[in-house]
Design a protein around this ligand. Structure first.
Ligand code: ATP
Ligand code: MG
Length: 424
């Protein structure tokens, strides 16, 4: 027998019993974002490597060690997208959607990062991203957070996630802070973990969210970013908090929250949960006013977030929050005996689907004797089995069997759709 080929490590198949949860989540998101006026954008999975180097940042974890980069047959360096924001900016700017206008956009799809696979962390994972362009004030930051809170509320997750907020100020404020932080940390360099030692020279802000205990101890007396935040950034942050409070959205200020990507400024936020171990963040985002210009467009304020679908699915499953309507089940199973009855069963199945498009109607295919077909009907877990034999067709009847009670009765074939719908 030929050797079977396995999926790539960290890249998962979403099997039929899981895909209904995905569909439920995706449908709920699509409804919520639409209700806030966001339109979907779709862009390729592969981009020029430079887009992510410039867009995400050379010294970020993603660009340093997580990208799937390869040369195509022309020798061009291409990368499987590790995130959506850079691609979204590239696509929207290329289509002239950004200059002098506002845009509310969202996307969904696979992302690729070479990380150590574990629960809630994969090499192909899926994000839903929401981005707003052309709006500089805190009201749009608030709108995005309120939108995400509405989504949690719809999914039953609002009590299980916590909103963490911070402001990381303007680029100039961060530069001044970085200098102070590096000066302080250099003194304790040998007490820092290896990654943080390296980051001291490349991306010192990231040291703040190091998980290493010794590093965290050193950080206790480090200068605080808050002291470097100027009036404009602080005003923006205050306004954001005021709008959230007025909308009844609780938040926790986390001064250590900096986010991994280079492009953020002013607002950063994360929704975190205590139910998923160390893969605790289900949604993360912030303001990135510099990115469009950094990628060659005209300066355009922007703010957005991305959520991880796998982590949300895990959370919904862990908390048992998947509504029964969201799980797959069939309503009607149709069996027939003989050629004539088979033809009639097709007509009947289409009538049912026409009459009630949400009905799940399974027609048994392949014939077989009555007993075997009934076994298939039992296995299908349908609520009703419709039985069409030669005699029934000749009499213009159909047997309806209620699978929960076992009760069976004949019904006029012409009215079968009404008959089933009345019983449901
Ligand atoms: P983390 O700190 O967990 O590595 P991140 O800061 O790298 O997250 P972002 O780039 O902000 O994550 O992506 C937004 C969201 O996408 C995360 O909050 C998470 O829910 C999800 N996500 C990120 N990386 C992965 C991954 N490798 N597998 C599954 N989900 C992921
Ligand atoms: Mg990461």
């Amino acid at each position: 027998m030929a050797r079977k080929i396995q999926a790539i490590r960290g890249m998962n198949d979403i099997l039929p019993d899981q895909s209904s949860v995905w569909l439920y989540l995706e449908k709920t998101v699509a409804e919520v974002v639409k209700s806030y006026g966001y339109q979907q954008i779709r862009f390729p999975i592969v981009e020029n490597t430079d887009l992510f180097k410039r867009g995400v940042g050379e010294t970020t974890d993603i660009v340093e060690k997580e990208m799937y980069t390869f040369e195509d047959r022309n020798g061009e360096s291409l990368t499987l997208r590790p995130e959506g924001t850079a691609s979204c900016v590239r696509a929207a700017d290329q289509a002239g959607l950004l200059f002098n206008q506002t845009q509310r956009l969202w996307y969904t799809g696979p992302m690729f990062r070479y990380e150590r696979p574990q629960k809630g962390r994969y090499r192909q994972f899926h994000q839903i991203g929401v981005e707003a362009f052309g709006m500089a004030s805190a009201d749009i930051d608030a709108e995005l957070i309120i939108l995400s809170a509405r989504l949690w509320q719809k999914l039953g997750l609002l009590d299980h996630v916590e909103l963490q907020l911070n402001t990381i100020g303007l680029a100039s404020e961060r530069e001044a802070y970085k200098a102070a932080l590096v000066e302080y940390l250099t003194e304790f360099k040998d007490q820092l973990d290896e990654d943080s030692q390296r980051r001291l020279g490349t991306n010192p802000l990231r040291i703040l969210d190091s998980k290493d205990e010794a590093t965290q101890t050193v950080l206790k007396n480090a200068p605080s970013l808050e002291a470097f935040i100027g009036e404009e950034s602080q005003g923006h942050f205050d306004r954001l908090q005021a709008i959230l409070a007025a909308n009844g959205i609780a938040s926790v200020i986390n001064r250590r929250l900096v986010r991994g990507l280079d492009y953020y400024g002013k607002t950063v936020f994360e929704w975190v949960t205590t139910h998923l171990g160390s893969q605790a963040t289900v949604c993360a985002g912030g303001r990135y006013d510099g990115l469009v210009e950094q990628l060659g467009g005209k300066a355009t304020p922007a703010v957005g977030f991305a959520m991880g679908i796998e982590r949300l699915v895990l959370l919904l499953e862990t908390l048992d929050l998947i509504p029964t309507e969201a799980t797959f089940s069939s309503d009607v199973f149709i069996i027939s005996m003989g050629d004539e009855a088979e033809l009639a069963s097709f007509v009947m199945a289409e009538k049912l689907r026409e009459a009630r498009p949400s009905l799940v109607v399974l027609r048994h295919c392949g014939g077989g004797n009555f007993k075997n077909q009934m076994k298939k009907a039992d296995k299908s877990a349908a609520r009703f089995t419709l039985i069409l034999g030669q005699d029934e067709v000749q009499q213009g009847l159909c047997q309806i069997k209620d699978m929960s009670t076992g009760e069976q009765s004949a019904y006029p074939l012409a009215d079968i759709a009404k008959g089933i719908i009345d019983k449901l």
